[in-house]
Design a protein around this ligand. Sequence first.
Ligand SMILES: NC(=O)c1ccc[n+]([C@@H]2O[C@H](COP(=O)([O-])OP(=O)(O)OC[C@H]3O[C@@H](n4cnc5c(N)ncnc54)[C@H](O)[C@@H]3O)[C@@H](O)[C@H]2O)c1
Ligand SMILES: O=C(O)C(=O)C[C@]1(C(=O)O)C=C[C@@H](O)C=C1
Length: 367
Amino acid sequence: MRNNLFFIGLGLIGGSLAMAVKKEHPSCRIAGYDIEPEQAQLGVTLGVIDEAVLSIEDGAKHADCIILSAPVQQTLLIMDQLSKMTLKKGVIITDVGSTKETIALHANKIFTEDMIFIGGHPMAGSHKSGVSAAKAHLFENAFYVLCDSSEEHAPYIEELKTLFAGTKANFVIMNPKEHDLITGVISHFPHIIAAGLVHQAVQHEEENPLTRRLAAGGFRDITRIASSSPAMWRDILLQNKEHMLQLFDNWLQEMERVRDFLKWEDSSAIYQYFNEAKEFRDGLPVKQQGAIPSFYDLYIDVPDYPGVISEITGYLAKEKISITNIRIIETREDINGVLRISFQREADRERAKNCIAKYTSYGTFFG
Ligand SMILES: NC(=O)c1ccc[n+]([C@@H]2O[C@H](COP(=O)([O-])OP(=O)(O)OC[C@H]3O[C@@H](n4cnc5c(N)ncnc54)[C@H](O)[C@@H]3O)[C@@H](O)[C@H]2O)c1
Ligand SMILES: O=C(O)C(=O)C[C@]1(C(=O)O)C=C[C@@H](O)C=C1
């Protein structure tokens, strides 16, 4: 068992992985380095890591396994630094980056055979950044891609899976190029669209100041990911440039196609367009996170009075039930509002339903 772990870049993903490791293997000693030392220090305060080190060299020389969890362009630079250091023979080096091909090619070029590089990508996350947002269960049921199919590395891959067993993720081996193409479609390009929709609203706001205030459920849902870290997404796009450029061409054609349906008032084509999308979307697995994290929603019929949100969250806090999101869907004078609370796990939603029934007479239903 590899007992000394070293995380470089201690934000949402590094922190979450460190917590999952510690939960499964309490005897592991986890050190962390972050270019912003207060992040690593916060990691110690929050119990995410055991020790914050002040340089990469300090943490790397004793490590049995090094985890690179910084934005992907930074990962390349950190790899360069590691390749020039004296590390433990047979050290496993892995990363968590959202892109895999450039990193894999770089590792092949610079690491000696005593440095075992296995590229990785736990495919769940959030628009939040920083170690304070880290959660041990972030990757539960998500896919955890490992990009290494070499026979010689098979035993090391097994070691890594054992080390990361606390993530409760589903490990899959994938070719880096294939990984970048698929994640380009279902993760990277959608982030461009979300940011694009926000830019469109900003332009409209100049002429119609009500735009921001009217931005309701649909706009908020589809643009949630526009709140993600700009540095992280800049790096991802730069590393997945070729696939992204192709996806831009496909997207422009797709928008032309639907634009024509509308231009010619082809109502059956418009219906078909939405219906096909709905069928695919409705068919996505809901109990598995995959790259699209599932949120388990609970709707609560609540009276419309100031303080109702804190009443409900108070009951949930009493029973230590964590929520990921909360929103009033509809509030009008004199009628009930509907409060939507999202949970990361189905079990939490079930507990919340029972909790609300215990303390109130408000109706609840699942979304
Ligand atoms: N956020 C997600 O949803 C998600 C999901 C899966 C994978 N990833 C990947 O995980 C990695 C980290 O993303 P995150 O969401 O944890 O971001 P984050 O911003 O929460 O954390 C990244 C941390 O890396 C630090 N850092 C930056 N440059 C560094 C350097 N040169 N040396 C040391 N530390 C450095 C930052 O200060 C920050 O604390 C990225 O490569 C990203 O592509 C993100
Ligand atoms: O849930 C989110 O906010 C995410 O953006 C998570 C998300 C994704 O696109 O699904 C983002 C990047 C990752 O590499 C993996 C997961």
